[in-house]
Design a binder for this molecule. Structure first.
Ligand SMILES: *[C@@H]1O[C@H](CO)[C@@H](O)[C@H](O)[C@H]1NC(C)=O
Ligand SMILES: *[C@@H]1O[C@H](CO)[C@@H](O)[C@H](O)[C@H]1NC(C)=O
Length: 179
């Protein structure tokens, strides 16, 4: 079997009704686990996950998502400044997470897209951010301003994320057993 924990982040420069400036979704395999957006500022479990007790500290998760929202939107603004387009309508998307297979192999991914085009990607083996767009050279400089930043990103993908994935799997199994 294959198991993955995936986070999808979306930011827009021109929010509209029903489409907040920032939103994030977490998935266990293909099942949505929780949602957060800049309007509610609350990480909220989705579907059956709302009935699972103790799996996540939702207050703490809301704080974490709020902090990530700020960095995410600053990056979107930086890219728009780079292209000298402070008023345009643009989207920034992030996708990151980790996975493992029953044969013991594991993997991780972390990438961003600007207006639907590949923007920057993390290579955890170097570790370094790989720019895929001219403006991404600036983002890379900022995200690598201190050596500890890339070490933290690597540790997130290799340690923290698999820990969360194992925790969610454990709770999802317990939930399935109950039904
Ligand atoms: C485990 O399975 C995955 C997916 O089929 C494969 O990509 C990977 O190479 C396998 N790893 C080992 C150690 O066999
Ligand atoms: C696994 O889930 C159960 C509840 O279903 C919980 O009591 C236990 O602490 C969890 N273990 C871990 C390691 O998260």
């Amino acid at each position: 079997a294959h198991h993955a924990l995936t986070f999808l982040y979306t930011g827009v420069s021109r929010p509209s009704k029903g489409f907040p400036r920032f939103q994030s979704l977490a998935f266990l395999n293909d099942q949505a686990v929780f949602h957060y957006d800049s309007e509610s500022q609350q990480a909220q479990p989705l579907g059956l996950w709302g009935q699972v007790r103790g799996m996540e500290d939702w207050k703490e998760e809301s704080r974490l998502q709020k902090a990530r929202e700020e960095i995410f939107l600053v990056t979107l603004r930086d890219i728009m400044d780079y292209y000298q387009d402070s008023k345009g309508s643009h989207t920034f998307q992030g996708r990151f997470g980790c996975e493992f297979w029953s044969n013991g192999s594991s993997g991780a991914f972390w990438s961003y897209a600007y207006d639907g085009e590949d923007f920057i990607r993390f290579n955890k083996d170097i570790p370094a951010w790989i720019p895929l767009d001219t403006a991404a050279q600036e983002t890379k400089k900022k995200w690598e301003a201190e050596k500890v930043y890339v070490q933290r990103a690597k540790a997130y993908l290799e340690e923290e994320c698999p820990g969360i994935l194992r925790r969610y799997l454990n709770y999802s199994r317990a939930q399935l057993d109950q039904q």
